[in-house]
Ligand binder design. Structure first.
Ligand code: HGY
Ligand code: MN
Ligand code: MN
Ligand code: MN
Length: 396
């Protein structure tokens, strides 16, 4: 499976993946998913939000155990973030069939669309729409860097965007969703375990800072006469780092756009996107307050206008204890339980159905990078652990 999927959307130069929602690479991933489903005789569905489902048993019976993840990536993402969960789901089904188990509940494997939000700026679009956490109007307002709207991109990819929105009927069929994911951190490397169980997802959000100054000539404008938004932006980036260090949080300005973006032109507008996360809400609130305070103080000094827009926010997700503890029991009761700062579809869906996550060791912890890695033995351990969990939940 991995060999057919791995080359899709991989950039030969960086070695990273560029699988953005509703692009050719995304379409190839979707074709791969459908082929895997049909090769196993599963009932394939593509829902109106751009998620893919492969069902074993009666999809309408209800109380299904669902497992999967996403196939899209961040710019130059790694091979495991998302795909490991989908490939492991198919492999775990193969393992269960080799064990000759009898399923007592329907099983479904999923690929949730546009989890990373790399193209339209909002993470977990497919699962948010399905869970009713993103309205049709909000989704229709999403546009990419070329001004193409989400519905237009879906249509260009041959999908009908007309019915995007809450999918209560499909969610009513789900009794539990278990997502296996490569760990995006080094906790398992430190504990020496191949597989862990998620306890919580930190509260996290994305904020856009617009710094408006005055375009002017880089060579002839005296420093005293400048209203340079790049200075305000630079100070804000450093303030975010200081605030995060003090609050025990994380803060990243990973994306910036500059207008007019000329080497010899003082910018008129600098847009910076802040991603900040913290183990608890108060720490996150502290970071945001401090970053905005520092930005406004510097903007005043630079004669720059500042607007701050919260583009997305996900409150803390505490995974349901009953399912988490049942999974831990099925894995022998010794698996480490760990929190994460990474967002996931499981976090979004936890608003609607019992969800849980398994993490597979990532020896360096590096993710959202071509350097992301997981040892083959650990990936196998992940498949067997997922098979044990699915057997315990859906088989006798
Ligand atoms: O940003 C995240 O945490 C996730 O990978 N979408
Ligand atoms: Mn990711
Ligand atoms: Mn992911
Ligand atoms: Mn994720």
């Amino acid at each position: 499976m991995w060999t057919e999927l791995a080359p899709i959307g991989r950039d030969q130069g960086s070695g990273g993946y560029r699988r953005y929602a509703w692009t050719g690479a995304d379409a190839d991933c979707r074709t791969w998913f459908q082929e895997q489903a049909q090769a196993r005789g599963l009932h394939y569905e593509s829902d109106h939000n751009g998620n893919q489902w492969a069902w074993l048993g009666d999809p309408t019976a209800g109380d299904a155990v669902v497992t999967g993840s996403h196939l899209d990536s961040v710019p130059d993402g790694g091979a495991f973030d998302g795909p490991l969960g989908v490939v492991s789901a198919f492999a775990a089904l193969d393992e269960l069939r080799s064990r000759g188990v009898e399923f007592t509940r329907p099983l479904a494997i999923t690929n949730f669309g546009d989890e990373e939000g790399a193209r339209f700026g909002l993470a977990c679009v497919g699962s948010r729409l399905t869970a009713g956490l993103l309205s049709r109007e909000q989704a229709y307002a999403l546009t990419d860097a070329d001004g193409i709207s989400l519905p237009q991109a879906m249509e260009n990819a041959g999908y009908d965007p007309e019915h995007i929105g809450p999918d209560r009927e499909r969610l009513a069929r789900v009794g539990a969703y278990v997502e296996l994911h490569v760990e995006q951190g080094r906790a398992l490397d430190l504990t020496g375990d191949a597989v862990g169980i998620a306890s919580a997802i930190w509260p996290h959000g994305r904020w856009r800072f617009d710094f408006r100054g005055e375009a002017n000539h880089a060579g002839t404008t005296r420093l005293i006469d400048r209203r340079d938004p790049m200075l305000t932006y630079a100070e804000t980036v450093l303030a975010a780092r200081r605030a995060a260090e003090l609050a025990g949080a994380v803060a990243t300005f990973g994306k910036v756009s500059v207008e007019p973006n000329g080497v010899n032109a003082i910018p008129s507008l600098v847009r910076g996107w802040l991603d900040s996360r913290a183990a608890d809400q108060s720490a996150l609130d502290t970071v945001l307050a401090e970053v905005e305070r520092a930005a406004r103080e510097r903007a005043e000094r630079d004669g720059v206008d500042l607007t701050v827009v919260q583009e997305s926010f996900t409150p803390v997700v505490e995974f349901e204890h009953a399912l988490r503890d049942e999974i831990n029991r099925l894995l022998g009761g010794q698996a480490p339980i760990l929190g994460t700062g990474a967002g996931h579809d499981a976090g979004i869906l936890s608003a609607a159905v019992p969800t849980a996550m398994l993490f597979v060791r990532n020896p360096t912890g590096v993710s959202h990078s071509p350097a992301e890695n997981a040892a083959e033995d650990d990936c196998t351990a992940g498949v067997l652990a997922l098979a044990d969990v699915l057997e315990g939940l859906a088989c006798r």
